[in-house]
Each structure stands twice: as C-alpha cells, then as structure tokens.
Design a protein around this ligand. Structure first.
Ligand code: ADP
Ligand code: G3P
Length: 495
C-alpha cells in the first residue's frame, strides 16, 4: 500500500549500528547494519570515533529504507536505542571534542576504587549502581581533567556531554536530551528524585552546564533537519538497549524478566514503581512513560556469547557458533566438565575483577564436545545465578529471551531445565530495536496503548523445564564449586 506508514528504529550497539523499519504489526520490513572500528589506544582502553558511529548509523538508515522499499516520507517517527554508558563530549555545532569512551574501557578503574571506598553506599543509594568504571561519571571526569582546555570551555557553556543516544538525537534534531533509562547509567542521576544529583556532580567535579535535559522515553524530542532525510520526521523514542529490549518483550508488569544473550548477557526484571536494592545486582530505570517511571533490577554478565566466539576464534574447535549445539547433543551429560568463562573477571552477581577463566573436570576422554557443552551450560548457569538473586526480591514465572545465542535450542532447553522455569522465545528476535520503535510509535499515536503492544508480542517457541530436581541441583552445585575455584585467580598468580 502506497500510503502505509512505518517506524524507523536506530539501534547503535557496541560493535555495529543497525536501522530497522517496522510496520504496524511489529514486523521487520528492512534492515541496514554496518560495523564500525574499535580503537584500543592502550591496554584496557576502548574508544569509538563519534564520526565513525554517525557515518555507520546514517548509512544504515539509507540501506534500511532501500531494502524496505519505502521513502523517508513514509516514516511516521524515529526511535533511538544505544550501547549504554559510553561517554561523549561535543560542541554546540555537534563537533566531537574527543573520542567516545566506551562502557568497557577500564581507564578510570583506580579512580573509582578510591571513590568507592568512601562513597560506595551513598552512590548505591542515590543511583542504584555498584560504583564501577563501567558507568559514565568517571569517564566524563577523566575527559574534563585530561582533554586540554575542555574544563574551561565546559564552564563557559560550550561543551555538551551525552551518551550515544544524546549524540545521535543532537545530530538528528539539534536538541540536547536523554531519557531516564540512559540517565540512570551515568552514576550522576538520582533515580528516586529523578534529577541530576548535586552532591555527585560535586564529587566528580562535573559542571552542570554540560548535562542534557532528561525526558521521558516516549515523547517528541525534536524533528530531523530537512538536509538529512529530506523530511522533518519526529524523533520520539529513546532508551538504553537493554531497557529497550525489556520493552520490546512487552515485559510491562512487575516480575516480568528478559535475558538478552549476545556477547555478554543482560538480564532485567521489571520491578514497576518499586525501587528494589540488591547487594549483587544493579537497580536501574526501565523507562519513563505517561508521567511515571518504571524501575528494573539488572544483572550484567560480561562474557557469554563471547565464550562461544573463543571456541571458534581462540582455540578453533568449531567454525561456526551454531555447531556447539550438535556437539553438545552428542553427550548425555556434561560428564563432570565445567567451564567458567571469567575472561575479564566476573560481573553480576560475583563482581570479582580478579576471577579468571577455568575449565575443570577434564579426563583423558574429554573432547571438543565436552568443551562445547560446558560453554553452553555455563551461559545458562550464569543466568540462573542472576535470576536466583532477583527471586529474593520479585516473584518470577518465566524468562523471555532474545539475542544471537537464543538460536541455540540446546541452550534454551538447558536454560529452562536449570532454572526450572519456562523459557519463551518470541517471533520477532530484534527486540531491542522493536522496543525503541514501540516507544517512538506510542508518542505519535502510531500505536495506541501498551495493550495493543502486548497483543502484538507472540511466542515462537516455549521451552518447558523437563529436568528432575535432584539432577538440576546436583549440576548447579557443581557449577558453584567451579566458580569458587575461579574467583580471585589473577591475584593468586599475580597477573
Ligand atoms: N547458535 C548459536 N549458539 C551459541 N551461540 C551463538 C549462536 N549464534 C550466535 N551465538 C553467539 O551470540 C553472539 C552474537 O549475538 P548478538 O545478539 O548478535 O550479539 P551482540 O549484539 O552482543 O554483538 C556471539 O557472541 C555468538 O558467539
Ligand atoms: O552494545 P551491546 O548490545 O553489547 O550492549 C551494551 C550494553 O548496553 C552495555 O551496558
């Protein structure tokens, strides 16, 4: 139909930018995806060039429109979702003043260790976060302290700070805004008062002039300049990628949980109006919508799909990630072999930067099928670790899943078995982009209500738990023992 309208979703991830065009039923009508370079100026440092992000993202829009065979005039609204925490500074002409410091970058780890000792509890109380170099605050302080002239210019009001959503929206519309979900990852935002926190700004020495205005996740922030797409299109959705995935999974009620299995895994539980604190999980804002904010508990697991990549590119026992499934199925059980993929330490719920990878239980009969199986099982055990913590605070019935590794049916069934919960895989796997599209579409009445979105969400396959309780707990006990042996290893060997 010549007059059918669509929503364009921009999903700017850590390694690639994507643009996806969705129709009213939430179907994918066209995708553009381009990778952009990663820069590692020193060991442990990770940067992106903002111009490279922008170029990749802009090209994806053109490609997605071409593939969907629609012109920009038929885009009703644009939604933006992004790798979170990554920190950028630019001037009022939109010119970047330094490379983006990526969420994975460890350059401020020591600075944060010091601050954590004295202010750890205050920061957790105000922001919901376990102080870490992962979040934006210390990265922004580093920029202001280390880029010549930046602090003086910032004090004169010439410098704008933002996460990637903010940079893209500024380039698209000229507005300097972010949403509650992204603001909650900066470690500068008070998640109860819903405002930038003066005490934290002082602690990190951040002039308030650089901060974006914090808005709801679904409202019109501005319109694209005509020179970009030939049209003024409303930009009306913004959320961090993990929160957008929760929204795309239609996980609107308290206790609904999603897990995204990519390079790492991010598990989020909606806690509704309640700000729940856990020692080992993050408290974060899910989204701001219709005048109120919803909260979530989050478990961030740094290495899951990346362990499968290691089997492929590191020790080269497979050629494609999907081969792990057939290999794992060759065995009746793990035969006592466990793999703890703590390549960069362990995130939630262990938070041990000194843990290192470990394979244990090897015998003369151990082969690549054992390693493949142990890798997939580890992904499921790590998810159970997080869900176990969440269950102390919210009741959980089932797990909605998305991301690359959910294509693996062995993993999904094992996940259901080890959680003793239903695991549900949706028809549309692009949940992150879909979530941002829904947020954008709701703001311009393309979709009417959460009820309508709830109805659009459909399961492709449900994995029912089928393992007996004794086996489940025996396997999981083995995992916990293996993890114990991996903790603190870098300290033991002094590397
Ligand atoms: N069939 C599969 N079985 C297990 N892991 C897989 C499979 N297909 C992809 N993966 C893993 O999923 C990850 C890619 O998922 P994706 O959602 O694209 O991640 P990201 O957005 O983090 O780049 C890779 O780390 C890959 O190893
Ligand atoms: O770019 P992704 O999909 O790996 O997501 C990164 C997370 O948002 C980091 O917190």
């Amino acid at each position: 139909m010549g007059d059918e309208k669509f929503i364009l979703s921009l999903d700017e991830g850590t390694t690639s930018a994507r643009a996806i065009i969705f129709d009213r039923e939430g179907n994918v009508r066209g995708i553009g995806q381009y990778e952009f370079p990663q820069h590692y100026p020193k060991p442990g440092w990770v940067e992106h060039n903002p111009e490279e992000i922008w170029d990749a993202q802009f090209r994806t829009i053109k490609t997605a429109l071409e593939r969907a065979k629609v012109d920009a005039g038929r885009i009703a609204a644009i939604g933006v979702t992004n790798q979170r925490e990554t920190t950028l500074v630019w001037d009022r002409n939109g010119r970047p003043l330094y490379n983006a410091i990526v969420w994975q970058c460890r350059r401020t780890a020591e600075m944060v260790e010091e601050i954590k000792r004295e202010y750890g509890n205050v920061i957790k109380e105000k922001t919901g976060l376990v102080p870490d170099a992962y979040f934006s605050a210390s990265k922004l302080k580093w920029l202001l302290d280390n880029v010549p002239g930046l602090r003086e210019r910032a004090e004169r009001g010439e410098v704008l700070f933002g996460t990637v959503d903010t940079f893209l929206i500024y380039r698209l519309t000229g507005e300097h805004v972010t949403d509650y979900s992204n603001a909650s990852r900066t470690m500068l935002f008070n998640i109860k008062r819903l405002d930038w926190d003066d005490e934290l700004l002082e602690l990190f020495d951040i002039p308030a002039e650089v901060l974006p205005e914090v808005r709801e996740s679904s409202e019109v922030y501005g319109y694209t300049g005509k020179e970009l797409l030939g049209r003024e299109i409303p930009v009306s959705g913004d959320a961090g990628d993990q929160q957008a995935a929760l929204f795309g999974q239609a996980a609107f009620e308290t206790g609904m949980v999603k897990a995204t299995y990519g390079t790492g895994s991010f598990i989020l539980a909606n806690t509704g109006k309640m700000v729940r604190y856990s020692d080992n999980l993050l408290t974060t804002i899910a989204w701001g919508l219709n005048g109120r904010v919803s909260y979530a508990l989050e478990g961030s697991v740094f290495v899951t799909g990346a362990a499968v990549q290691w089997l492929r590119d590191g020790i080269r026992i497979i050629e494609h990630a999907a081969e792990t499934e057939g290999l794992a199925r060759k065995l009746e059980s793990n035969e006592g072999v466990y793999f703890v993929p703590a390549f960069v330490g362990l995130g939630a719920p262990y938070w041990d930067q000194f843990a290192r990878g470990l394979i244990i239980g090897i015998t003369r009969g151990t082969g690549r099928e054992h390693l493949a199986r142990a890798t997939l099982e580890a992904i499921a055990y790590l998810t159970r670790d997080v869900i176990g913590e969440m269950e102390k605070l919210v009741g959980i019935k089932e797990l909605r899943v998305d991301g690359g590794a959910t294509a693996n049916d062995f993993l999904m069934q094992f996940q259901a078995d080890i959680l003793n919960r239903r695991v549900v895989r949706p028809v549309v796997k692009e949940t992150t982009a879909l979530g941002a599209a829904y947020l954008a579409g709701l703001a311009v009445d393309y979709w009417e209500s959460l009820d309508e979105i709830r109805r659009l969400w459909r399961a492709e396959r449900v994995f029912e738990p089928a393992m007996d309780g004794e086996t489940r707990e025996r396997l999981y006990r083995g995992w916990k023992e293996a993890v114990k042996r991996a903790l603190g290893w870098a300290k033991v060997v002094g590397v």
